[in-house]
Design a protein around this ligand. Structure first.
Ligand code: ADP
Ligand code: MG
Length: 700
């Protein structure tokens, strides 16, 4: 079996499964091998009920002492029962949407159950546990089981089976990093790394495997950037865009004054765009530093110069928000011809008919500014004269996507905006092909967010506090993390949480839920109602993490804060403190170890993203290998620029002495047998694939 073979070659993978794998972008054996676990489940031995702690995933062996009951909670069917063991303590157990259990489970029987222990109104509850036979449980206890990203109809077990067989039978998993680089950086071999990332026997093995594969990703990424930079050095631009007084007047008429940092960013961008060369600039500014208005001014100026502009964002919710903001702010602005400026949106959830109409008007030049998601990258999206492309939340996109845009029209200027507060040195590595502007100042009218790090005992007080804020006419967010791995758990968690909240708060307080599994239209509708203050409390998953701007929302309660990374928490907190009113962020820890408490105290101490990031980097040694939450688009499969900053630096150092050409032409220390098998090095399609993932259409 070779990595370029289709996954049909794997024993047990039939036609049906091929379709399912395709949904996960897995077509070849090599694709499968790089489908890394998103987490690992360490199955610990059975615990006594009296020793269970909130937040943990635990197994109990216990007697069912009440008949399973079925309750309806809105549309959800919930089975509940009570278990007890020899420790004498009892615990409630619930299952969502598994009504058939009512007849399958029997009172008076002993079961082994394994599930997440959560606190519901001062009682511990085990949620959605799996039911094991003794035999099955003793087979998995003590092991690290990979948990894979799944798709409907494809189980974790099916992936494990396919993976085991692919690892065993692939003959061409070959080393491609030279020995001296591996030695200098303490990296294990590629084949072992691949094996161990999927099936580590212990945590140490997993760490080493991950380290090696993260190095690979970053090393190849930097080499790819180096190559792009070399092939796209200073290009002449056909779009020379000069500052005009219309925009300056518009700027002076804004309801607020730009900060010095915003002015400086705008200046630098305008200098670039007027220079006669193609701009490629990254604007980095902490959440709430006011990047949108800078983008708007630039796009306005581009339209006044007779060109079109595009703004690409990572989520539909954010696209809808920007379309509204732009529409409002530019409502009285006109083009030189005196006609109004036309701003429209293009997103994946629009109907085919709607999309087609927008594409036609883009191509004919009727639309001046287009705001959209990935849908903008499709091949059939054409412009009459695209002058500037802005990508918001750049860290959610890859170099490749930036490049795809670049190919549209006649090499437009490129402006990327990012809130990832990474230190300058790292930014220079990661965005090595761009110039950098930092907005290091927030609007003057902002009061720093007041933070509180608390335990669940504080929940009642937190609710009282929220009620007071709402009485003052302000709004609140509540953030829930995912409960467990099952596909629908975030939905259930958020909807149930919202329903529970409705019983806690007076009926006059309007509470709604927002989660990733909603249709984009539904999400938009909820966000619009929240922005229009028709909702007081928005209960949400991290879907609201990026970009959302509702200045009247002043209070955020984050449940199980210990389960999120610092960067995510900082982004979440960035949703408040966006107006002149005092804002409050309550980080609630479900089960706080001393370690996680110390980690979260960084957020309590400071609202500065750069400080948070640098503290995060200092602690990176601990490595938050387990339970890292992943969200949205990712440039890297495994690497995390915060956690892996030291590997990034090491990879950058090695990349200085290296190039893609060299990597492809060199014979790495293969055994003779391997070399014979591999054939000419430049046919290493797998490696080519890995690299081109970062490079888009730039050819080697
Ligand atoms: P981010 O940098 O996170 O994208 P936004 O551009 O969404 O931030 O700006 C956050 C909020 O601050 C918006 O409501 C915006 O209107 C407002 N804002 C931007 N610049 C200023 C300023 N100079 N003074 C006051 N408010 C501003
Ligand atoms: Mg923004």
């Amino acid at each position: 079996m070779r990595q370029e073979d289709g996954i049909m070659t794997i024993k047990g993978v039939g036609e049906k499964a091929v379709e399912k794998f395709d949904k996960l972008d897995i077509v070849t054996v090599g694709d499968l091998l790089e489908h890394y676990p998103r987490d690992y489940d360490e199955v610990r031995p059975i615990k006594e009920i009296r020793a269970l702690k909130e937040g943990e995933l635990a197994a109990i062996e216990a007697n069912m002492v009440s008949r399973p009951q079925m309750k309806l909670h809105g549309k959800l069917k919930i089975i509940t029962t009570v278990m007890t063991d020899h420790s004498g303590k009892m615990i409630d157990v619930t299952w969502f949407n598994m009504p058939f259990l009512k007849n399958q489970l029997h009172m008076g029987t002993v079961y082994i159950l394994r599930g997440r222990v959560v606190r519901k109104r001062d009682r511990l509850v085990m949620e959605q546990p799996k039911i094991y036979t003794k035999q099955d449980f003793y087979n998995i206890v003590g092991k690290l089981r990979p948990i894979y990203p799944l798709t409907k109809g494809l189980t974790n077990n099916a992936i494990i089976k396919a993976m085991e067989s692919a690892l065993k039978e692939s003959e061409d998993i070959l080393e491609y990093i030279p020995k001296e680089i591996r030695n200098r950086n303490n990296l294990i071999g590629y084949k072992k790394a691949l094996k161990d990332i999927h099936f580590p026997k212990k945590k140490e093995e997993l760490k080493d495997a991950r380290r090696r594969l993260v190095f690979d990703e970053l090393f190849l990424y930097i080499l790819a950037l180096k190559h792009i930079k070399k092939s796209s050095h200073a290009k002449d631009s056909t779009h020379v865009i000069k500052r005009t007084e219309e925009v300056d007047r518009f700027k002076n008429d804004l309801p607020f004054e730009l900060t010095n940092a915003q002015e400086k960013a705008y200046d630098e961008i305008m200098k670039d765009m007027g220079s006669g060369q193609v701009m490629s600039r990254l604007v980095q500014g902490d959440v709430g530093s006011g990047k949108t208005i800078v983008a708007l001014l630039c796009l306005y100026q581009v339209v006044l110069s007779g060109y079109q502009g595009a703004l690409m964002v990572p989520t539909e919710v954010l696209a809808a928000q920007h379309v509204k903001t732009f529409g409002n702010m530019l409502s009285s602005a006109t083009k030189l011809s005196g006609e109004p400026i036309v701003t429209e949106q293009l997103t994946g959830s629009m109907t085919a008919k709607e999309k087609k109409a927008v594409k036609q008007r883009l191509a004919s030049g009727e639309i001046d500014i287009i705001i959209g998601t990935h849908a903008l990258l499709q091949e059939d999206v054409e412009f009459l004269s695209l002058g500037l492309v802005v990508t918001d939340e750049q860290h959610r996109f890859g170099v490749r996507q930036r490049e795809t845009f670049f190919k549209k029209g006649e090499e437009p200027h490129v402006l990327a905006m990012s809130a990832t507060p990474i230190p300058r040195t790292l930014a220079l590595i990661l965005y090595g092909d761009m110039d950098l502007t930092v907005i290091d100042e927030k609007p003057a009218n902002r009061l720093p967010v007041k933070n509180a790090l608390v335990g669940t005992a504080y929940r009642e007080k937190a609710y009282e506090f929220m009620e007071k804020r709402i009485a003052e006419g302000e709004q609140c967010y509540v953030i829930c993390p995912m409960v467990d791995e099952s596909e629908d758990s975030d939905l259930e968690n958020v909807t149930i949480y919202a329903e529970d909240l409705r019983t806690v708060f007076p009926a006059s307080i309007r509470i709604e839920a927002l989660h990733g599994r909603m249709k984009p239209k539904q999400k938009d509708e909820i966000m619009e109602r929240f922005a229009a203050h028709e909702i007081d409390i928005l209960v949400s998953t991290t879907v609201i993490e990026v970009g959302i701007d509702v200045p009247n929302a002043t209070t955020m309660l984050i449940e199980n804060a210990e389960r999120f990374g610092l960067a995510t928490l900082h982004q979440l907190r960035g949703r408040i403190g966006r107006g002149s009113a005092q804002s409050y962020c309550i980080f609630m820890m479900g089960s706080a170890t001393q370690e996680s408490k110390e980690r979260l105290q960084v957020l309590e101490r400071s609202n500065d993203g750069f400080y948070v990031a640098s503290e995060d980097l200092k602690n990176r040694g601990q490595g938050d290998l387990f339970g890292t939450l992943q969200s949205g688009e990712k440039v890297f499969n495994l690497a995390d620029i915060y956690e892996d900053a030291s590997i990034l630096e090491a990879a950058a150092e090695e990349a200085k002495k290296y190039s893609l050409e060299k990597l492809f032409s060199e014979q790495i220390d293969l055994t003779n047998e391997e070399r014979a098998f591999q054939g000419p090095k430049n046919q290493d399609t797998r490696l080519m694939k890995k690299v081109s993932q970062y490079m888009g259409d730039v050819v080697l």
